[in-house]
Ligand binder design. Structure first.
Ligand code: FE2
Length: 461
């Protein structure tokens, strides 16, 4: 591979694709990482015991997972009273319900008699939650409904609160978040700039079109790191170079560890020698936007603008009203992240969401959970390729696709994500090796530095 010199005017990650975007607009620029984290240079390298020791895993559990907000699922998975779903996070399992009061509740998923797990499936609808061990029952609002053979308990044995034990539960943009810490700041305060800056996507109106979980033999942070930098694009996704600008991108850092990375799509990388001729990916992108590639007169560097114009047409292919979006939102990838474990590849038509979840006991295993949510698209239109939705899936929102637990050998996540995950178990083995002791991060990987800086702040609390 030829050495590429970053153009002098481009500071990696701080160059703006839309340099004049005004304050308050979607594309506005936020200060550099050092503004929020003056200690940022401490994270140019990190030691590797954090990826495999029990000690570090326990510290994460005590200081982060049990203290911060994490996304449990979607409001749309609780359509009516009695609807529920299960959310597993590390050592804990939670039961999220819609009560007879029509409110959303979250509880520890345990029977208050002898601790048996109450629900084992992922989703359902019930009037009563019955423990499979002795038959105690609760209402969807968590109120105790039945103690089997109650007269055989002495009063002292049942004197404690026997309703399901609640956890804090708040919503944003159609997502349900829970928090085990009663003293944590409210969700919206924790999310900071995120709700305002992501508001145009109207995610609360989107419905689930894909739901896949894959288990990997690697620490959850190895997978997470693979998705929050664009340094790997030129090598891991070399085929995409003619259609992705992996040089002039933008990274914004927000309070509380949240961030975003903006990468222009439909635009050839400056790493390409030929930035004029149409590559098959660009041709496909034109077609996907409803344009006829044969009729396209422009050069490769004009494809992005042509896609934007086609989508701005009120009769656009997807039937989406793009008027509330910036040009960059219409054509590009805006990858948002919420600390500690959630990313969004946002587009006006839909959003690809990833969550990176720890294994209950093994620091070298983790779960990778991919959700795709979509707006209602024009009748007969299939979703854009980034959604990775198979041709036979009903995307109308009338049926919610089942959750699939796919084996890592056949993840069914599409070419790009499969390229990403092809590296991670090899990385875990290397991190474990006696021949390796610390990671080094370049200025294209600063979101990882921010992540560890934020993590240390939680550890220090
Ligand atoms: Fe990637």
């Amino acid at each position: 591979m030829k050495q590429f010199d970053f153009p002098k005017e481009i500071i990696p990650g701080e160059y703006a694709i839309t340099p004049d975007a005004p304050k308050g607009s979607h594309d506005e620029k936020f200060p550099p990482l050092s503004h929020l984290y003056p200690e940022r240079d401490k994270y140019l390298t990190v030691d590797v015991q954090r990826y495999y020791t029990k000690e570090f895993m326990n510290r994460e559990w005590d200081r982060i997972w049990t203290k911060t907000w994490t996304c449990a699922g979607r409001v749309s998975d609780l359509p009516t009273a009695g609807s529920w779903f299960k959310y597993d996070l590390g050592l804990e399992s939670f039961l999220i319900t819609r009560g007879s009061d029509n409110q959303i509740h979250a509880f520890y998923n345990i029977c208050r008699h002898r601790g048996n797990q109450l629900v084992h499936e992922d989703f359902g609808k019930r009037n009563k939650f019955t423990c499979s061990f002795h038959g105690w029952q609760w209402d969807p609002d968590g109120k105790l409904a039945l103690v089997t053979d109650a007269s055989t308990f002495r009063a002292e044995a049942l004197k404690a609160d026997l309703d399901l034990k609640p956890v804090r539960c708040e919503t944003w943009a159609g997502f349900i978040f829970i928090n085990m810490d009663d003293n944590a700041a409210p969700l919206l305060e924790f999310l900071g700039d995120i709700p305002r800056i992501m508001s145009s996507y109207d995610m609360e109106k989107m419905h689930v079109v894909k739901d896949v979980v894959v288990e990997f033999d690697c620490n959850w942070k190895v997978t997470w790191e693979a998705f929050i930098e664009s340094y790997h694009l030129q090598v891991t996704h070399a085929q995409a170079k003619p259609a992705v600008d992996d040089v002039a991108y933008q990274i914004d850092y927000f309070r509380n560890g949240h961030a975003r990375l903006h990468t222009a799509l439909g635009y050839p990388s400056p790493r390409c020698e030929d930035r004029d001729s149409l590559d098959p990916i660009l041709t496909y992108m034109l077609m996907e936007a409803g344009l006829d590639p044969a009729a396209f007169q422009g050069k490769a560097m004009q494809v992005r603008a042509a896609i934007c114009a086609a989508k701005r047409n009120p009769n656009n292919k997807y039937g989406i009203d793009y008027s509330g979006f910036s040009d960059s939102q219409i054509t590009d990838d805006w990858n948002y992240s919420i600390f500690p474990n959630m990313t969004f590849n946002t587009h006006p038509e839909g959003v690809l969401i990833m969550r990176f979840l720890p294994h209950p006991t093994d620091p070298e295993k983790s779960y990778y959970h991919v959700h795709v949510i979509s707006h209602q698209l024009k009748e007969g239109t299939r979703p854009p390729a980034y959604q990775g939705v198979e041709d036979n899936v009903d995307i109308s929102g009338k049926t919610r696709p089942a959750r699939r637990y796919n084996h890592k050998s056949k993840p069914e996540l599409g070419e790009v994500l499969e390229q990403d995950i092809s590296n991670i178990e090899g990385v875990q083995r290397g991190l474990r090796s006696r021949g390796f002791d610390h990671n080094k991060y370049c200025e294209q990987e600063t979101r990882i530095m921010q992540f560890y800086a934020e993590m240390d702040r939680w550890f220090a609390r």
